[in-house]
Ligand binder design. Structure first.
Ligand code: JFZ
Length: 467
């Protein structure tokens, strides 16, 4: 047989291909498979610390409506003050955040040691911060500013190598008759019979689903979609969103508030679980007491508090998504920036104890359950947290993070592994290890305290702690 060379090659390639198929050659795993989910989560588990940004028209009233103080979280002002759609729409004409500087925002997140950003693409007020083709209720069509904020932020993030995700309120949309949540213009979501009285699917198919499609097609790689408040989200409706995400960007993560299982668990706002969680998880948290900017809330968490929460969360296997609420001018409030930058300086020195680390092999140091049966306001068993120290892990290494000067010497928690050596992470200064009754102790020279927290690295025999 005399087959021309190029044909022969093609035949061989074709044969090889069918042989590979017959042997079940590696194919991309189905998006719902545990393998695909773990692969999607790899960057997220490494990242640990993200910046949440709640920004929208609510930054203009900033907690005040017609001269009256409106209590509650800033981005809920339309709901709390029962502002009719037609009146709320007038805010768009004032939206002109001339100080918006996407590069500066991304730079600030990097200075803070944050490894991803999630911004409100559309909050419950229905207003899109991007140029949506399915509605005029967006920043390009309805405001004098006319700039596609998400496009600019996405470009800045790509330039700096910063993963960007979008919060999207899929269920509540107070601007639309078919969206959930606006009972002051459109009546209640449910009738007295408990049945839906709005054309919810018309809203989903006409606005929410096409907008999620827009976000996943026009804004570069989307690290995650952060769905929220899944009212009326039947499994079938949630499925339409997850199918959309998976088909357009299979690497995009879905948070825990779609209304069906996402890629990871989102805890309640500001709720840090008491113990290690085995599934990937994230705490969405405020740096003051609101998500959207409020002029009257300048009560910023201190750098020490944020550092403790970050390390506490990481030692329990989670991520910390910490929020800022920029002003209507486009400025991230100075006080929140100062806290974040101070945390970032600590992370520059001590980040090895945080990024990509595993959780504590113990857990007794986290706290203890209070008297039997006591529950907190949310009905979770009440725990009495301990906050002297936390520990994170890498193969062969333990990072002891001290928030208070340890009693010297500090007895290591029980493990069979021998200790090879110990040293301070900040300056590599050796820490003496003394064995008493078979238990290694760190002889920590005083004072060891960083004003934030001091990390002592303990190198052990073997990859992980054997108890
Ligand atoms: C939601 C929003 O309503 C709020 O405006 C903000 O965007 C926040 C991040 O998410 O509020 C929630 C949602 C879920 C819980 C609490 C507040 N929860 O599960 O405890």
């Amino acid at each position: 047989m005399n087959i021309p060379h190029h044909r022969r090659l093609a035949t061989l390639v074709a044969l090889g291909f069918s042989a590979a198929l017959a042997q079940g050659a590696p194919q991309a795993p189905a998006p719902d498979s545990p393998e695909a989910k773990q692969a999607r989560l790899a960057w997220f588990k490494e990242a640990k610390f993200g910046l949440f940004i709640h920004w929208g028209l609510y930054a203009i009233p900033a907690g005040e409506w017609k001269g009256k103080h409106v209590p509650g979280i800033g981005e809920w002002i339309m709901n709390r003050a029962k502002i009719p759609v037609a009146e709320y729409e007038q805010l768009a004409k004032q939206w002109n955040p001339v100080k918006f500087d996407p590069d500066a925002w991304v730079q600030m997140a990097q200075d803070a040691g944050m490894k991803y950003i999630v911004i409100t693409s559309k909050h419950h007020d229905g207003f899109a911060l991007f140029d949506s083709k399915v509605t005029k209720w967006d920043v390009v069509d309805a405001t004098p500013f006319k700039r596609d904020i998400l496009k600019e932020l996405s470009a800045a993030c790509q330039k700096h190598g910063m993963p960007l995700g979008f919060y999207y309120s899929q269920a509540q949309d107070w601007h639309e008759p078919g969206g959930a949540g606006n009972d002051w213009d459109f009546g209640p979501d449910l009738g007295p019979d408990g049945k839906e009285r709005k054309d919810y699917d018309a809203y989903l198919r006409g606005k929410a689903e096409p907008q999620v499609r827009e976000l996943l097609t026009g804004y570069g790689p989307v690290a995650l979609i952060w769905f929220d408040t899944p009212r009326m989200m039947t499994p079938e409706r949630a499925r339409r969103f997850s199918d959309l995400v998976r088909s357009l960007q299979p690497k995009t993560l879905i948070d825990g508030r779609l209304g069906a299982a996402g890629d990871y668990v989102s805890t309640g706002d500001n709720v840090i679980p008491a113990q290690v969680q085995n599934e990937a998880w994230e705490v969405p948290a405020t740096i003051n007491h609101t998500w959207g900017f409020r002029r009257d809330d300048q009560d910023w968490k201190s750098p020490g508090e944020v550092t403790f929460k970050l390390v506490d969360i990481v030692s329990k296997g989670g991520n910390y998504l910490l929020n800022v609420g920029p002003t209507a001018e486009g400025v991230i409030p100075q006080g929140s920036q100062e806290t974040l930058r101070t945390v970032g300086r600590w992370l520059k020195v001590n980040g090895e104890a945080v990024y990509g680390t595993g959780p504590t092999p113990w857990g007794d140091e986290l706290g203890e359950p209070s008297a039997k049966g006591t529950k907190d306001l949310r009905g979770n068993p009440l725990a009495l947290p301990h906050n002297e120290w936390r520990v994170t892990t890498r193969p062969g290494k333990l990072y002891f993070i001290f928030f208070q000067e340890p009693r010297a010497p500090f007895e290591l928690p029980p493990m069979k592994n021998a200790v090879k050596r110990a040293y301070r992470l900040a300056d590599a200064e050796p820490v003496e290890v003394k064995v008493e009754n078979g238990r290694p102790q760190l002889v920590v020279a005083r004072p060891i305290r960083d004003p934030m927290a001091t990390v002592v690295v303990v190198e052990i025999e073997g990859d992980k702690v054997e108890r």
